[in-house]
Write a protein that binds this ligand. Sequence first.
Ligand SMILES: Cc1cc2nc3c(=O)[nH]c(=O)nc-3n(C[C@H](O)[C@H](O)[C@H](O)COP(=O)(O)OP(=O)(O)OC[C@H]3O[C@@H](n4cnc5c(N)ncnc54)[C@H](O)[C@@H]3O)c2cc1C
Length: 415
Amino acid sequence: MFDFLLTDDQLKLRNEAREFTNWVPREMILDMDAEKIHFPHEYLKEAGRRNLLGLRLPKQYGGRGLGWVEDTMVAEEVGVASYSLACLWGVGADIVCEAVVKYGTEELKQEIVVPLLRGDVYAAECLTEPRGGSDFFGAATTARKDGSDWILNGQKRFIVGAEGADWFMVYAATNPGAPARERMTCFMVPRSAGVESKYIYGLMGVRGGGAGRVILSDVRVPERYALNGINGGFPVFMTNMIPERLGTAAMTVGSVRPAVDIATRYTTQRKAFGKPIAAFEAVGFRVADSVLMLDAMRSMGYTTACAIDSEKVSAGRCRRMVSETKKFITERAWDVANNCMQVMGGIGYTNVYPIERILRDIRLSMIWVGTNEIMQLIIQNEWYKEFLKGHVNENVRDVEADALNADAPDEKVFG
Ligand SMILES: Cc1cc2nc3c(=O)[nH]c(=O)nc-3n(C[C@H](O)[C@H](O)[C@H](O)COP(=O)(O)OP(=O)(O)OC[C@H]3O[C@@H](n4cnc5c(N)ncnc54)[C@H](O)[C@@H]3O)c2cc1C
């Protein structure tokens, strides 16, 4: 995030986040990438100890009651150490806890949010199923009523933190024949009889963060664990899409940022044909383009954070801005990592430098929390809706009428 946009308090908080990122032991990052660690409990404990989990959540539950500007600023710094750590940092505290705070009972807030923000327990978010992630509302996991409990059956896959989670936020069909908005319930499921997690994926990146399959076999859950009540999953899902996507965007900026620093340093030190390679336009321009993209990514992330914090922007516009930000940042981050690897030549492709890990890690950002194709769909839907309602350009000049032959009805044929 740009220093000149930040207040003294925000800069102080950023420094706290940087100190936390500097605390992360190098061995933790390497052991996670080598999958010697499957779930870094100490990382979350340390984040909790520093009160750096759930920054936007109310202080009474262990958060700091801050806004999106602070959250994205810290997410960027958290992303610097490792994308896998940042995923864990965001999912449990920012995504699951926000849903519990917003839609859960006071009892659930005390039971889940308070210990989670202390770093004592972890919660995974379970939407994706083997049959598909994009078509989320078609989920096949079911819950049937049995007395005052619900019995869950189904499977979820690619669930970050599944390996270490104490709680699973599970969407299940409770009203299977109903339209999408009314067919799902979001249950908080404790690790209990019938819940099994399997660490089975040979991931390209973001390793060691416990991503696994979650199998639910006749899991008994009391009705009080349903967030927003039975068949009330849709608003919970919509709420979660903001922290999922804006949080992902922010941490992606942080994860790719070191690649630019490393490439900048390297290209001023490495010589070819008698001069530093940064002097060749083909090299220096790639670095320049990367810096440009990094600044554009940050600008977009900051603007979207401000839009949500302002509470003046409609839900549809927020959805579009968040989707644009997720798509734009994650795609530009990929270009930046690729540029940085290219200007370092062969050594950039080795594990002598971490560019190869950064590139492997951030590739996920275009796929998870809704693929970038799904982001495109949302942008398309929201833009047309907003434009056709006349809400985009109110009280602006109608430039279409300025064409020389604007008044040619016979030529303005639309079908
Ligand atoms: C490492 C990792 C961690 C993850 N963590 C979690 C997690 O913690 N919790 C969780 O619930 N999920 C998680 N996911 C799942 C992730 O969100 C999904 O993989 C993603 O949403 C895509 O779903 P899918 O893999 O089933 O692909 P599909 O839905 O099968 O999509 C395949 C392709 O088809 C395209 N496509 C599908 N429908 C459309 C459409 N209507 N228009 C245009 N294109 C379309 C998609 O964009 C994609 O390119 C994780 C995934 C990975 C790899």
